[in-house]
Design a protein around this ligand. Structure first.
Ligand SMILES: C[S@@+](CC[C@H](N)C(=O)[O-])C[C@H]1O[C@@H](n2cnc3c(N)ncnc32)[C@H](O)[C@@H]1O
Length: 236
């Protein structure tokens, strides 16, 4: 009930671009999450954080298009995804995550607004590239790059190019833990990380809470509708 009211209010405050992304059934983010994402992207610019913009968990490309369109000239948006059915959760994930995976892997998951579920499409990567182009953001490998495969295979651990913003939207414990650890030494002062599933899946929440305790380098700006962490100290 409260969620529905919050989403109705948020819808009217979204940018025209975010509204169009939702209208085209390209994102699972609620209006409240999209609105918060847009506010965070403005904050990254105000912080003067310098570096690339990343998303882990692109799916149909909706939130990625919003992020890439806010990525300043001279920086690159990198989107990472298997562009296929989501990998399965593991022992650190909660029952809800495992139930959701059973629904997906049994072929019973509905898509957005009556569309087929994206994880069942065999040309998802090409579709996402076409969506980016339709929004004036060609996947040119310069301003926009999309990396197909498991994060562990496509994110080079030796690459320490600075990151100003990251959206981690990959549901389960293990990929969230991996992304946070991989990002830790790349996030520049003022950089912000948004964790989409903090309030939705127990594995994500566990990975974030452990990371915060372990590092002590981030201020929690908010935990709802998603978690927003801002770097306040450099790693020692
Ligand atoms: C909830 S969806 C992303 C939703 C999207 N951001 C949006 O705007 O709707 C999560 C995505 O993360 C991807 N994913 C999860 N774990 C992954 C991993 N280890 N490597 C690569 N992709 C992964 C899934 O395949 C899926 O496409």
């Amino acid at each position: 009930m409260l969620h529905r009211l919050r989403d109705r209010l948020a819808t009217g405050r979204l940018s025209p671009l975010a509204r169009k992304v939702r209208g085209n059934n390209l994102t699972y983010l609620s209006p409240a999450k999209l609105l918060s994402l847009e506010a965070v992207l403005r904050r990254v610019r105000r912080n003067g954080a310098d570096g690339d913009y990343l998303e882990f968990g692109v799916a149909l490309g909706g939130s990625a298009i919003v992020i890439a369109s806010n990525c300043p000239a001279g920086c690159t948006f990198h989107g990472y995804d298997v562009f296929a059915t989501i990998p399965q959760p593991g022992p650190e994930d909660d029952a809800r995550s495992h139930q959701r995976y059973v629904e997906i892997s049994s072929g019973r998951s509905p898509g957005i607004g009556g569309d087929p579920y994206y994880g069942y499409l065999d040309n998802l990567y090409e579709r996402v590239c076409r969506s980016f182009t339709a929004f004036g953001l060609p996947v040119d490998g310069v301003h926009v790059s999309l990396h197909k495969g498991l994060f562990e295979d496509t994110l080079d651990p030796a690459d320490i190019r600075p990151v100003a913003f990251a959206h981690i939207d990959c549901d389960w414990y293990e990929p969230v833990r991996y992304c946070l650890d991989a990002l830790r030494n790349r996030l520049t002062p003022g950089a912000i990380v948004v964790l989409d599933d903090y309030g939705d899946y127990g594995g994500c929440r566990k990975a974030v809470d452990l990371f915060l305790t372990k590092t002590g380098e981030f201020r929690v700006r908010r935990l709802s509708p998603h978690a927003v962490l801002e770097r306040v100290r450099q790693p020692h």
